[in-house]
Design a protein around this ligand. Structure first.
Ligand code: ZN
Length: 269
């Protein structure tokens, strides 16, 4: 697909996500027009809020089933649409007592709704819309029959979730073991986190914006070539399953591999 213009939808709750810098990064990397838009989840109509609430996952081991939200759930959805800080609180897996308390959404269902919102005003398929959100977006994996958090959902609109970046790529195994021990004893896991300082991305991490650049590249490569990812760790298109790989590819390496750089040069974008 060709791209005429890229639209970036801001997520104001994550101040570390510097959308102006991300716009500049795109302008330096591609010769396409980029426009910043306001948070897409603000000022939605009642019907759309109800549809989004219907995408929530309540049981991570069951494939998606449409959920008919009640009045209370719709009001709750409305409050987190308008108050993204509140939204974040409801996605913090580490603070939740039970996984059912974490607000999770089926990523493809939310993407369909966002697509409808965007198409109403901009039906041009050459415009790529990329939505930043702190919502925890998940997809069901038939390989192990459960939902998993995702950092990015490609296609148009593409969704990049900051909560997904923190939660989806795994932390060191020892960390989970130590954190679980703390939880069982009723202690805060903050001291465990301190022991692993900098080893994984955290909420409001100052590295979030730089890492987001890599996910932006993945959404754009997917849109143009149908392939978002690269097997090489020495490439920003690497689809990291571990936090250490994510930090390595995006921060230590911070460039495309030779193959993908050559592809980008050939595309004359
Ligand atoms: Zn590559």
């Amino acid at each position: 697909m060709k791209i005429s213009k890229i639209f970036l939808y801001d997520e104001p709750a994550v101040s570390q996500l510097n959308v102006s810098n991300l716009k500049n990064f795109l302008l330096e990397t591609f010769s396409v027009d980029v426009e910043i838009k306001k948070c897409i989840f603000n000022n939605l109509n009642e019907k759309t809020i109800e549809r989004i609430s219907g995408c929530r996952i309540f049981e991570p081991k069951i494939p998606f089933k449409w959920h008919l939200p009640d009045r209370q759930e719709i009001d709750f959805e409305k409050s987190i649409c308008e108050d993204t800080k509140l939204m974040e609180k409801t996605t913090m897996i580490e603070d939740a007592k039970r996984i059912e308390d974490v607000v999770m959404y089926d990523g493809f269902e939310v993407q369909n709704i966002l697509c409808d919102i965007i198409m109403e005003n901009d039906p041009d398929p050459n415009n790529l819309h990329i939505i930043f959100t702190n919502r925890l977006i998940c997809t069901y994996d038939t390989a192990d029959s459960r939902y998993h958090g995702r950092s990015v959902i490609c296609s148009n609109p593409a969704i990049i979730s900051t909560t997904g970046m923190v939660e989806a790529p795994a932390r060191p195994r020892e960390y989970y073991f130590e954190a679980m021990k703390c939880k069982i004893q009723g202690l805060s896991i903050q001291s465990v986190k301190k022991n692993y300082n900098g080893k994984f991305l955290d909420y409001h991490d100052r590295r979030l914006s730089k890492i987001t650049e890599g996910y932006l590249l993945q959404t754009i490569f997917y849109y143009i070539t149908g392939d978002a990812f690269c097997d090489s760790l020495d490439c920003r298109l690497n689809n990291a399953h571990w936090q250490k790989d994510l930090l390595y590819s995006q921060l230590k390496i911070g460039i495309l591999c030779n193959k993908h750089q050559a592809l980008l040069d050939k595309l004359h974008l």
